[in-house]
Design a protein around this ligand. Structure first.
Ligand SMILES: Nc1nc2c(ncn2[C@@H]2O[C@H](COP(=O)(O)OP(=O)(O)OP(=O)(O)O)[C@@H](O)[C@H]2O)c(=O)[nH]1
Ligand SMILES: [Mg+2]
Length: 456
């Protein structure tokens, strides 16, 4: 157990609320609170709550509070921790905090409580990162993904793989140490089997990243099409509100409109863009340029065509742009007479699903939304209790691990000296340790916790 100084911070959001919580953690947490709290804390058992008041340096009551007592190591940080629940006003909360600081605590830095939990071995780095993911989660599915990681699902899996690779390293080292006992055929087969299994487990994890990333960050959907096809009308239909301006004047939308939508527990960022055409208007031209950039980085493009007008060069230009992207073809304005050759459109983009809709009359929008969810998740229906890699750092470390394991396997198969193989395996172990935090630099740890808010 490390012995850090005692830190304090307001753990609840700034502003006014029913209650606020001030967290105090460190070996002197109780002694410090005791200096301004009239009830005796030394005999209070862990996980008990004491009612009393915090007084200022002249003995005047600042507020009636509840002090929750968590004795080391049975607390979030692993240290002695007092959580003071006071009334949730801006002034009173800061007065309580300042009094605690005056009594000897230091103001905590962002993420410092969670960092201590990590440094004190209460959780590994992947679990600490899950804490921030849960706080920042904007959809139910990303909360479940964060909870599984916090529970230790990723940590346990990574430790299992690490154990397996370490076993292989020991058996190889045994051969190197006793060169007379040559590596038997059988032993070689066992080692290869074990490494292939470890690699498969690693890749099982990396395969979940595509979905995991979308669970955590949400997906970006871009509505694109030439002017006046009904892009803004579609945005409004999907949001079920009149968010975007809709007119019959081509070039109505000139900038990007960005909204968030929850589709069955999945966060989706949906962008309405300026209609793509050659424009002499400078502002509109910039909007068009931005629209093209967003199309390129979208997870899914909704390419909207106006079924009541023949296809034009502008439609073709966009079709070229989305040829290699995940995209839906939407034929809008089914409520009025068709003047477009839909077959021609489909023949240019034969692999894209086609939907006939009326954004104005809300026809076909629900089916479209359901299919958007399926397309984004590529048919992978997320389970609440399944493990998903949601963090790029973990993905990169595990991808690196798989590469080292593959190199070790192929070296062994080629009969390369075992000591060279162990170098690859040690690199694989190093990569696995990056996920759990065993082998990361101070700098990486600092960067991770710097993203946290104060009080967490
Ligand atoms: N009949 C019919 N009209 C529609 C439909 N969807 C949109 N419109 C009309 O088409 C016109 C253009 O709609 P917008 O939603 O502004 O089109 P847009 O693609 O955003 O246009 P820009 O922003 O100029 O690129 C408006 O007059 C809408 O009322 C539809 O499904 N049926
Ligand atoms: Mg528009």
């Amino acid at each position: 157990m490390n012995h850090f100084d005692t830190i304090a911070a307001i753990a609840t959001p700034p502003g006014t609320g029913g209650i606020a919580v001030i967290r105090v953690s460190g070996k002197d947490a109780f002694a410090i609170v005791q200096r301004c709290f009239q009830k005796k804390l030394s005999e209070v058992e862990s996980h008990r709550i004491v009612f009393g008041h915090i007084a200022d340096d002249e003995g005047a009551k600042i507020d009636e509070v509840l002090v929750s007592v968590f004795r080391a190591p049975h607390s979030f940080t692993g240290e002695n921790t007092a959580e003071i629940s006071c009334h949730g006003g801006y002034a009173v909360t800061h007065m309580v905090l300042n009094r605690i600081l005056q009594c000897g605590a230091r103001l905590a830095e962002g993420g410092e409580f969670t960092k201590r939990a990590f440094l004190n071995g209460k959780m590994d780095l992947s679990q600490a990162e899950a804490v921030i993911d849960i706080i920042n989660a904007e959809s139910a599915l990303s909360v479940y993904a964060g909870e599984n990681q916090l529970f230790g699902c990723l940590k346990n899996k990574v430790e299992e793989i690490r154990g397996q690779v370490l076993d292989v390293i020991s058996s190889i080292l045994a051969v190197i140490d006793y060169p007379d006992e040559d590596i038997s055929e059988m032993k070689q087969e066992d080692i290869l089997h074990s490494l292939r299994e470890a690699k498969e487990k690693t890749e099982q994890l990396t395969r979940t990243y595509q979905t995991g990333k979308i669970l955590r960050q949400g997906a970006k959907i871009v509505i694109a099409g030439k002017p006046n096809v009904g892009k803004s009308s579609l945005l409004n239909a999907m949001l079920k509100e009149n968010r975007a301006i809709v007119t019959d004047i081509p070039g109505t939308t000139r900038d990007i409109l960005e909204e968030t939508l929850d589709i069955g527990g999945l966060k989706v960022q949906i962008l309405d863009t300026a209609g793509i055409r050659e424009s002499g208007d400078r502002v509109e031209a910039i909007g068009i340029e931005r629209a093209v950039e967003h199309i390129r980085s979208a997870d899914l493009v909704l390419f909207l065509a106006d079924r009541s007008r023949p296809l034009s060069a502008e439609d073709f230009r966009l079709m070229k742009e989305i040829k290699d992207k995940k995209a839906f073809l939407l034929l809008n304005k089914t409520d009025i007479e068709a003047r477009m050759d839909a077959a021609e459109l489909k023949s240019y983009l034969p692999d894209k699903p086609v939907y006939a809709i009326s954004a104005k009359n809300f026809e076909g929008i629900n089916e479209l939304t359901d299919d958007i969810r399926k397309a984004i998740l590529e048919g992978d229906i997320p389970k609440k209790d399944a493990l998903y890699l949601t963090n790029q750092r973990h993905y990169e470390a595990l991808s690196g691990c798989a590469v080292h394991l593959e190199a070790a396997i192929s070296d062994l198969e080629k009969g390369i000296y075992p000591d060279i193989v162990t170098i690859e395996l040690e690199n694989a172990v190093q990569s696995l340790g990056e996920v759990t935090g065993m082998t990361v630099s101070e700098e990486v740890i600092g960067n991770i916790f710097a993203k946290f808010c104060v009080g967490k």
